[in-house]
Design a binder for this molecule. Structure first.
Ligand SMILES: Nc1nc2c(ncn2[C@@H]2O[C@H](COP(=O)(O)OP(=O)(O)O)[C@@H](O)[C@H]2O)c(=O)[nH]1
Ligand SMILES: [Mg+2]
Length: 514
């Protein structure tokens, strides 16, 4: 396996080039022809250079040339809030020695075994600051792949504040967002899909989102992508052998079965992205309908909390309300809105104008109809309008607990926002409407990262071109270009082929301390 990192030219200095070459690594310029296939194709957006060599060498080289990639850093890994315990994380070259210098008795942490704990009193200018537990991790068997330690201290604000300030004065630098995980990636501890999954787990809002992120963390996406990539590499190797030895008879060079299978596998994965994003990012659902149809009652029922004012007075809700709920594992931002009716009240009219904005931004509109009133012309018009602009719509027939209600029409979900009757069915229908048109690829991992999906689509487009070119009988070197492009895009998903600015973008959305 090789690690590949492409940097803008100033970062690939002559010094790096020399060191890479010493390790039998490869330095590729834009002109290509250096043997690092396809790098030039992957970076058409400006002159760049790429270097490739064994990952262990690569990071060592980069850190020797560019100090700052493994310098000692620290971050608070738990919230800055009073709590029983707080964890301050450290990592980097020399970090154990620096930490020992602020502990009573200066324990020899640099000789401590990895995965060991010790009790320690933290000293600030000789004065005891707190009693803590220090967990020691030794390179390479640590989260970041570096030496480091976690300080578990008392979760008091003054203690946390003083420890952070002490570390900053003791040779450590405050870590930026995602820097621990970025180091884990650079040190080959995880690929990019897993690194992104770390962030997704931290940010998961429902249990289902957590379990999906956990699947990605265990490397299922990496496995799938690398499986396809290996197959395509086989095709590419056969192609290049033919290009190198054109006089020999190679028979049918390209195995179309492999291309078809690879495309199908990637397409299935790409189709899961819409669903993956719904679980990770969440969706907006708006309750709408005529005044008094029971929107605020349903809002409270879905929330399992008495939030919105419910009243038989028409036009009670004017400002819309928002709350976070979990609908069958989907994180939902639920909106209660002002009901629609003809009114001269300017405040209520403003409420209705704002409702229209909320409805336009919603992923799903739940339209409520009072089962005693039945469908009014205004309901039909609003439902038709929402359909017209392609909004997802679910129609609910509310107040079915009352006597003398009209029969529930086809396509409506019967419910009582007062008694809760039909609530489960309504929630299931909401989830179904939200997931409609998305795929779970038979229970496999769901992609949720926009970055990964873009690259997947690029890989697919290149592969489609290869298949079309093959069918048209175009020469092998044309096929080879498309195949390389596809391989590089797949490499970008796992981080085998990555540029510095991509890394920056991936890790900047992380929490500090992760
Ligand atoms: N019996 C019954 N009354 C309901 C139901 N839903 C709402 N209501 C009543 O209808 C009136 C209007 O409800 P509200 O939730 O404020 O409607 P909104 O104007 O659409 O927000 C209130 O008196 C509620 O108690 C229901 O399912 N059954
Ligand atoms: Mg209301």
């Amino acid at each position: 396996m090789t690690g590949t990192i492409a940097y803008p030219p100033p970062m690939v200095s002559a010094e790096i080039v020399k060191k890479v070459q010493k390790t039998d690594g490869i330095v590729a310029g834009r002109a290509g022809g250096t043997g690092l296939s396809g790098m030039e194709g992957a970076y058409r957006d400006g002159p760049r250079q790429a270097i490739a060599c064994a990952p262990a060498h690569l990071f060592a080289i980069l850190t020797s040339v560019q100090p700052g990639l493994d310098d000692p850093m620290f971050a608070l890994a738990t919230p800055f809030a009073p709590s029983a315990l707080a964890v301050v994380r450290t990592s980097g070259r020399g970090s154990l020695g620096l930490l020992a210098a602020v502990l009573r008795g200066r324990p020899d942490l640099e000789r401590a075994h990895g995965h060991t704990l010790r009790r320690a009193v933290i000293l600030d200018s000789g004065e005891p600051l707190d009693e803590a537990v220090v967990s020691v991790y030794r390179a390479p068997r640590s989260y970041t792949g570096e030496d480091g330690a976690e300080i578990t201290c008392h979760g008091s604000l003054p203690v946390i504040r003083r420890i952070l300030s002490l570390l900053a004065r003791s040779g450590f630098r405050a870590a930026g967002p995602g820097e621990f995980t970025q180091r884990a990636f650079l040190n080959g501890r995880m690929d990019l899909t897993r690194a992104e999954a770390v962030n997704e787990i931290v940010r998961a809002r429902t249990d289902r989102a957590r379990s999906l992120a956990f699947q990605r963390l265990s490397g299922l996406i990496q496995l799938k992508i690398e499986g396809v990539r290996d197959d395509l590499l086989g095709v590419q190797a056969a192609l290049e052998a033919c290009l190198d030895y054109p006089d020999e008879d190679h028979g049918a060079v390209v195995d179309t079965g492999v291309l078809d299978r690879s495309a199908a596998a990637l397409e299935a994965l790409a189709r899961t992205c819409a669903r993956g994003r719904i679980y990770q990012e969440g969706v907006a659902v708006a309750l709408a309908g005529a005044t008094n149809s029971g929107k605020s009652s349903l809002f409270n029922l879905l929330l399992r909390q008495d939030r919105a004012i419910v009243s038989e007075v028409h036009g009670t809700t004017r400002d819309w309300l928002e709350a976070a709920i979990d609908v069958d594992g989907i994180p939902v931002r639920l909106f209660d809105t002002a009901g629609t009716r003809d009114t001269g009240d300017p405040l209520e009219r403003e409420g209705m104008r704002r409702t229209a904005d909320v409805l336009r931004g919603a992923d799903l509109v739940v339209w409520l109809v009072d089962a005693r009133q039945g469908l009014a012309a205004a309901d039909r018009a609003a439902i038709g309008e929402a359909r017209g602009r392609g909004a997802r719509l679910l129609r609910a027939w509310n107040k079915v607990d009352l006597d003398g209600t009209l029969p529930c029409p086809e396509g409506f979900v019967p419910v009582s926002a007062l008694t809760g009757e039909g609530l489960e069915r309504l929630e299931a229908a909401m989830a179904e409407a939200l997931l409609e048109g998305t795929s779970d690829a038979g229970g496999g991992p769901l992609l949720d990262s926009e970055r990964q999906r873009d690259l997947l689509e690029r890989a697919l487009a290149a592969l489609a071109r290869v298949r079309a070119d093959l069918a048209r009988g175009l020469p092998l070197d044309v096929l080879a270009v498309g195949l390389r492009e596809s391989l590089d895009s797949l490499g970008g998903i796992t981080g085998g082929v990555t540029s510095a600015d991509v890394l920056e973008r991936v890790f900047s959305s992380f929490c500090v301390g992760k």
